[in-house]
Ligand binder design. Structure first.
Ligand code: T5A
Length: 221
């Protein structure tokens, strides 16, 4: 009988960081570790993760909402998140499945929050997230320039989305904003040096996860 069937609670782990910081790469690797350790795992992402939220993602990343201003963009991210939480994340956690999510509420706080007052961001977070808050947030930290280079090298001929197009200085300011969030909530965040090779980052992420949740594995796993 696997752990979900034994009614162990599902855990909610979010990955945050700048563009190209390795979130997708590391989510896949962490999911493999957890599955080997006999956990049921759901990998998901934001914006997106449910049919309605994926539709909102297209609208947001195409840049169609950009002219409406940061408040309207934040509300669209919130609408997408509310649907994602209700349709995907909460049911999975309730069934004992671990949820690994590529970006969540901290991305709104950093990307939209830098142009909004804290009360507005707090209110939007309460509407979308309520009590479904991450048990652990892995912040993949690296200089903005390196992340943008990695994102570009992954898809050299690709079209940059609404946010990738912005200046390096804006991305570096976001990096600092993520670090400030982590410093203010050290129990929830684990800050990982994402400039290291992927296999080293993987071992640091897995260690942070094992420590946070008291996971014991056989030697070398
Ligand atoms: N957004 C999102 C908001 O503004 N507000 C919000 O509330 C939310 C939820 C989403 C955009 O929406 C914004 C933020 C974003 O701009 P997205 O397309 O989902 O956009 O993209 P991102 O989340 O930014 O993620 P990326 O796809 O750009 O990058 P990842 O997932 O962080 O990185 P990954 O794993 O794809 O790696 C990038 C490249 O680097 C390599 C990989 O192989 C890949 O080629 N790589 C490494 N290379 C060297 N060393 C390592 N350690 C490496 N790790 C990965």
């Amino acid at each position: 009988m696997n752990r979900a069937a034994r009614k162990d609670p599902g855990r909610f782990v979010t990955f945050e960081g700048g563009e190209g910081s390795g979130k997708s790469t590391q989510i896949k690797l962490l999911a493999e570790h957890l599955r080997k350790a006999d956990y049921d795992v759901l990998e998901t992402r934001e914006p997106g993760g449910s049919p309605n939220a994926e539709a909102i993602r297209q609208f947001l990343l195409s840049g169609m909402a950009e002219g409406k201003g940061p408040r309207a963009e934040a509300m669209l991210f919130t609408a997408a998140r509310m649907d994602h939480v209700e349709q995907t994340i909460r049911p999975a956690l309730e069934s004992g499945t671990w949820v690994l999510c590529d970006r969540f509420m901290d991305s709104t706080r950093v990307y939209q929050g830098m142009d909004l007052d804290t009360e507005t961001v707090d209110l939007l977070e309460k509407i979308a997230v309520d009590k479904t808050r991450p048990d652990l947030t892995i912040l993949l930290d690296l200089p903005a320039r390196l992340g943008l280079q990695r994102a570009l090298s992954r898809d050299p001929d690709g079209i940059k989305d609404r946010f990738e197009k912005e200046d390096e200085a804006v991305h570096e300011a976001r990096r600092q904003a993520f670090l400030q969030l982590a410093a203010a909530d050290p129990k929830r965040f684990a800050v990982i040096d994402a400039s290291k090779p992927a296999h080293i980052v993987d071992s640091m992420v897995w260690k942070a996860c094992r420590r946070r949740f008291g996971i014991r594995t056989p030697m070398g796993v």
